[in-house]
Design a protein. Sequence first.
Length: 70
Amino acid sequence: MKRKDFMNDIRAKSADQLKDELVAAKKELFNLRFQNATNQLDNTVQIREVRKKIARIQTVMTQKSAAAEA
């Protein structure tokens, strides 16, 4: 249910909001990788979850740009 809610939320956002969300997710991924490299990260699954979050955002951005061109 959580992923479905996230996807509905992402689809409702504008292109600028999606770009901001993508930048924030990439910063979060950087911070998690940095914590992992310095052995401060306890739950390494977070890295995978953020990577999937980034992919979902990029997918919606691609879908919106394709719909705008058609």
